[in-house]
Design a protein around this ligand. Structure first.
Ligand code: CTP
Length: 403
């Protein structure tokens, strides 16, 4: 997997720098091309000779020598991935706020490949809200954070701040590389937001979906190389780059937009909250009359169930937003709508619900398996969903080849 990949390893100044020698050595054994960048502080903890010997390339540390000005852009252009380990509070702060004052921080700004951060520092520093907010900011921008472990720290205290095991950093690096362009050649249709069903010219029945989860799936799918169509209803979010957007308002409009795109799709992810019923539309504004108003509702089309009936090669992913009996209700929907995967979440929890940046979901599969995930950003959930989708696509392909 790592053979011939160009991996940039950024080392900042912490006692855990010595462990990164092992990381570099293991990358070399896997035949990656490695370039190590060290900050001045890092050189207080481990020598550049160790790193250049293990990586097979000179250590980069000086912006203003021959290796500097042009080289940081060259490096950024050829890098397949970057690992910053240990990531100190200082480099985390610089990366979060765009400060570029040495070789490492300048190179990070030029990078477009996945960047993996493995923080390591004293527990009081790590838990400081400045560091936590900087990490959250970086995570929202797509940096991958490998959380430090809890345990005995070099300064004699105990708590979170120990560099994650090298094994784990390697695993995260491997996953990030695998995700690059693994949806190339695939058409992915995503729905997002919440439909609105008009009652009269000024009122509608709607729901609280913000569209964040669907937008995250669309963004990540495009980054992974897919052709993405995003059918979105009543959202106020910036459109992700490289995505074809189709705005709709009602369930009926969403149905027509989805059906139009469906036949040549490989994957459909239906994250939208679609109204199940709509009122009869009044041509004129409803007037206050008496102290009661009865609205009669009629069912809308269940878009996903229709796709389930029509599907041929497509991988269908549904969402189950539940407030009770999460697993039983979600399982029911897998069968009824003929899905390959359902993403179930508890929308009664305010910390992970509609407008939140985070989510905590359980994946359920048609064979009865279920897979609970921890709380993470919606973008991280999107990556996990697409990992499962790629796996299902590959399985379908190998079954077809066997037949
Ligand atoms: N869905 C759809 N069309 C509808 C209703 C739902 O395509 N008219 C899709 C949603 O986009 C979601 C999945 O079906 O992926 C489940 O939606 P949810 O609202 O949780 O379930 P419902 O089937 O509407 O059932 P209920 O409201 O009774 O929970």
């Amino acid at each position: 997997m790592l053979k011939d990949k160009t991996i940039i390893v950024g080392v900042s100044g912490g006692i855990a720098a010595y462990k990164v020698a092992d990381l570099v050595s293991r990358l070399r054994k896997q035949e990656a091309r490695i370039h190590v960048i060290m900050t001045e502080a890092a050189k207080q903890f481990i020598t550049p000779i160790t790193m250049s010997t293990l990586s097979g390339n000179p250590v980069l540390d000086d912006m203003f020598s021959n290796q500097g000005i042009v080289n940081h852009i060259d490096l950024a252009l050829k890098a397949d991935a970057m690992v910053v380990a240990p990531a100190t509070a200082n480099i985390i702060g610089k990366m979060a706020h765009g400060i570029a004052d040495d070789f490492l921080s300048t190179t990070v700004l030029a990078m477009r490949c996945p960047i993996i951060l493995a923080p390591a520092m004293n527990d009081r520093m790590y838990l400081n809200s400045v560091v936590q907010e900087n990490l959250a900011l970086l995570q929202r921008r797509g940096f991958v954070i490998v959380q430090p472990e809890s345990g005995a720290l070099a300064c004699g205290t105990e708590g979170p701040g120990r560099l994650a095991p090298v094994e784990q950093i390697l695993k995260v690096l491997w996953t990030s590389l695998q995700r690059q362009q693994d949806l190339k050649g695939k058409k992915v249709l995503v729905t997002a937001g919440g439909t609105r069903e008009p009652l009269d010219p000024v009122r509608f029945l709607g729901n609280r979906s913000s569209g964040k989860m669907g937008f995250a799936v669309a963004k990540v799918a495009a980054e992974r190389g897919a052709e993405v169509v995003l059918v979105h209803a009543n959202t106020h979010l910036p459109l992700p780059p490289q995505v074809r957007a189709v705005p709709v308002t009602t369930a009926e409009e969403m149905y027509h937009a989805v059906i139009k795109e469906f036949s040549d799709c490989d994957v459909v992810v239906k994250a939208a909250a679609v109204a199940d019923f709509r009122p009869k539309m009044h041509a004129e504004k409803l007037k206050k009359q008496g102290n009661q108003l009865t609205i009669t509702l009629e069912p809308t089309v269940d878009i996903l169930a229709q796709l389930g009936r029509k599907k041929k090669k497509q991988v269908l992913v549904g969402f189950a937003a539940e407030t009770n009996d999460l697993l039983a209700n979600a399982r029911d929907k897998i069968e009824k709508k003929n899905l390959d995967l359902i993403v179930a979440n508890d929308v009664s929890r305010p910390d992970i619900g509609f407008a939140s940046d985070d989510n905590q979901v359980t994946f359920l599969y048609p064979d009865g398996r279920h897979e609970p995930l921890g709380k993470m950003t919606k973008e991280a959930v999107a990556q996990e969903i697409l990992d499962r989708v790629v796996h299902i696509l590959n399985n379908k392909l190998s079954t077809e080849n066997e037949e």
